[in-house]
Every structure is written in structure tokens, then in C-alpha cells.
Design a protein around this ligand. Structure first.
Ligand code: ADP
Ligand code: MG
Length: 347
């Protein structure tokens, strides 16, 4: 209980993207190596996510959709070192109230699977034995229908919502090496693939799967370079002693003309493999790029690795904004690294 009270609460802000994101994160947390995302009608009809993870044991069925029920942290101090995406126990309880939710799962301890139906309050109303592979499927139908105003808005903005959702899905596809993703959208009888990866071992191969090899040719690997004394000074960094060890991994468009893009649509940032929207980091990347190529924005996939204790992921409910200790040092390093890379390439 103590844990529950100390986690800042507040409803998960739900949109199509956050719904899909929460379910994909649950699958990854369950150790899935294959994740299938099936939408019908851009998610207006049905959203179904199936994984081959460890499944849910029967003793957890009742509590699955209770607010703040999580199987992922034991005590508050665990929060400082969480390695899973989820830890608030809010997604499934919120989704129950906002859609018709069904879960079917088979845990490794069971020979049969179970199909679970929940009502809007999150009460388990029906269980039925089924035959299925190990793992879990979560099915949402009629997202936002319980709140007509929100449903209307969702329908009206579906194009934009769908595009945002694809961007988030692409982020998880890119960063999840060793996991096979397959995501489709069906409209009437037409099924279209919206993202896929084939269980590659490297970020590079995931980029090729998601965006094609042609695109990969104009990308440069990002290598970390320590900032010079002048750069440190311009970022007002005085004591170098305490700076954290930091590693950069990723790729960025070369700055030669035609290698970039006309918008920031293909920018993916990760901190310790967690997809996020780090505003200042993104601004710096675009600013440095603009010094070499004024007319375009880079394609960038950047994973920043920092010691866990210097990242606070418990900032916004969707965990997309992270607080970073020593952010200035990170920005200085990033600037030094990108400048050094681009300076070698004629603009
Ligand atoms: P959180 O992820 O923060 O723990 P959620 O509401 O997203 O909370 O999920 C509640 C619980 O349901 C999880 O802690 C986990 O035990 C279980 N769960 C949800 N989805 C899956 C899944 N795909 N595979 C296995 N367990 C799952
Ligand atoms: Mg979760």
C-alpha cells in the first residue's frame, strides 16, 4: 500500500497511441519475443495485441484491472531501479472504463488458456477455458464509446491519431531487438501491414525492416565525443568530476542536401531503451543539423544510455517526459558529437 500512495497517481492519459503503447509495453514486460498488433478501422473498431510472453497466472485474474494493481514492483525503493515499462498498474484499469476489454491468456503453469471478460468497473464477469499458445491477447472494442464526446473527437481526428500511433509503434519496433513485431490495419476486407520487424539483433537491421534499406544508406552512425573545455563552458558546466558515464547509440541523416527530410516525422529518441519525447534533446539535434543543412530535418534514431539512477521516469503518467540529472552534460556531449560527425562531411 505504501508503494501505491507514493507513486504519483493520476489517470493515464489515453489516446489511441497511449492505448497501443501501454499494451505493447505490457507484452514486452512479459518477455515476449513476438508481438502482433491487429487494428480494424484504424482502431475505431477493434484493437488486438497478442504476445508469446509468460502469460498471466490464474491467481492474478481478479486483480488484473484493479487500479494500482501491478505485479511489477514490490517496494518503493524498486521504483528507482525499475527495469520494466509498467509499474503503476493503471493501464488495464483505465482501459476497462474506456472500452470493452477482453483478455485471453495462458500462463506457463497452465495447460489450458482462459478467456476473461471485464465490465466497466474492472470486475471480472466471465471466465472460459480455451485452447491457446502460451502468452496473452488483449482485445479492446469500441474505444472511448463510454464517453460519447471523446469518441466523436477520436473519430474526427482519426487520421492524426493513427499517424501518431504508427510513430509510437515504430519506436518500439526499432528499439526492441530480438522481438518480432507485426502490425496491421484492416479496413473492410483489406489488410495492410503498418510496421514489422523480424527479430533482428541490431538497431540497424530494425531500421532497415521498418523503413527500407534505401533509407538506411544516407544514415551515419552516432559516436559519442567528449565536449571541449569551451563547449563545457558554454553549457555552464563547471565540475566535470561528477558527470555520469554516458553512451550514445544510433543513426542520423548525413547533412548533405537531400539526405534529410522536410519535417521532424522520423525522429525517435530513447533513454535507456525507453521511447520518449525529450524536448531539449530534440531541439539541440535539430539546431545542430540546421547549422549544416538549413533546409531539412534529420532522420534520427538515438538511444542514450545513462546510469539508471540518474533518470527519473516517473514524471508524466505516459512516461514520455523524463527528468534527467546532468542534462546539460548530455546536451554538451551530443552537440560535440554531432558537430564532429557533420564537420567531416561536406554539406
Ligand atoms: P503495469 O504494467 O503498470 O503493472 P497494467 O495495468 O498495464 O499495469 O497491467 C496490470 C498487470 O497485468 C501487470 O502488472 C501484469 O501483471 C499483467 N499483464 C498485463 N498485460 C500482460 C501481458 N501481455 N502479459 C502478462 N501479464 C500482463
Ligand atoms: Mg502496463
Amino acid at each position: 500500500l505504501d508503494t501505491v500512495h507514493r507513486i504519483c497517481s493520476g489517470q493515464v492519459v489515453l489516446t489511441l497511441s497511449t492505448a497501443v503503447k501501454e499494451l505493447v509495453e505490457n507484452s514486452l514486460d512479459a518477455g515476449a519475443q513476438a508481438i502482433e498488433v491487429k487494428l480494424t478501422n484504424h482502431g475505431l473498431g477493434r484493437i488486438e495485441i497478442t504476445d508469446d510472453g509468460h502469460g498471466i497466472p490464474p491467481e492474478n485474474f481478479q486483480a488484473l484491472t484493479l487500479k494500482h494493481h501491478t505485479s511489477k514492483i514490490q517496494a518503493f525503493h524498486d521504483l528507482e531501479s525499475v527495469g520494466t515499462f509498467g509499474f503503476r498498474g493503471e493501464a488495464l484499469s483505465s482501459l476497462c472504463a474506456l472500452s470493452h476489454l477482453r483478455v485471453n491468456t495462458r500462463h506457463s503453469s497452465q495447460s489450458l488458456g482462459c478467456d476473461l471478460t471485464f465490465d466497466a468497473q474492472g470486475t471480472l464477469t466471465q471466465t472460459e477455458s480455451i485452447v491457446r499458445n502460451l502468452g496473452t491477447s488483449v482485445i479492446l472494442e469500441g474505444l472511448f464509446e463510454p464517453i460519447p464526446v471523446r469518441r466523436k473527437e477520436f473519430e474526427r481526428n482519426i487520421k492524426r491519431e493513427f499517424a501518431k500511433m504508427i510513430h509510437i509503434l515504430q519506436a518500439y519496433c526499432l528499439i526492441s531487438t530480438g522481438v518480432r513485431f507485426f502490425a496491421t490495419n484492416s479496413i473492410k476486407d483489406k489488410k495492410r501491414t503498418i510496421a514489422h520487424t523480424s527479430g533482428n539483433a541490431s538497431l540497424k537491421d530494425n531500421i532497415v525492416d521498418v523503413f527500407g534499406s534505401r533509407h538506411f544508406q544516407s544514415l551515419l552512425p552516432i559516436k559519442a565525443k567528449s565536449p571541449s573545455p569551451e563547449e563545457l563552458e558554454s553549457f555552464e558546466i563547471l565540475d566535470l568530476e561528477q558527470e555520469p558515464e554516458l553512451k550514445l547509440e544510433g543513426f542520423i541523416s548525413s547533412c548533405s542536401h537531400g539526405s534529410g527530410r522536410s519535417s521532424t516525422d522520423r525522429q525517435f529518441y530513447f533513454i535507456n531503451h525507453r521511447p520518449c519525447d525529450p524536448t531539449k534533446i530534440a531541439k539541440l539535434v535539430n539546431d545542430v543539423y540546421h547549422q549544416f543543412n538549413r533546409h531539412q530535418y534529420p532522420f534520427v534514431v538515438l538511444n542514450i544510455q545513462l546510469p539508471r539512477e540518474s533518470v527519473d521516469i516517473n514524471v508524466t503518467p505516459d512516461k514520455r517526459q523524463l527528468l534527467l540529472e546532468r542534462e546539460k552534460y548530455l546536451l554538451a556531449t551530443l552537440q560535440a558529437s554531432l558537430k564532429a560527425m557533420f564537420a567531416r562531411i561536406p554539406a
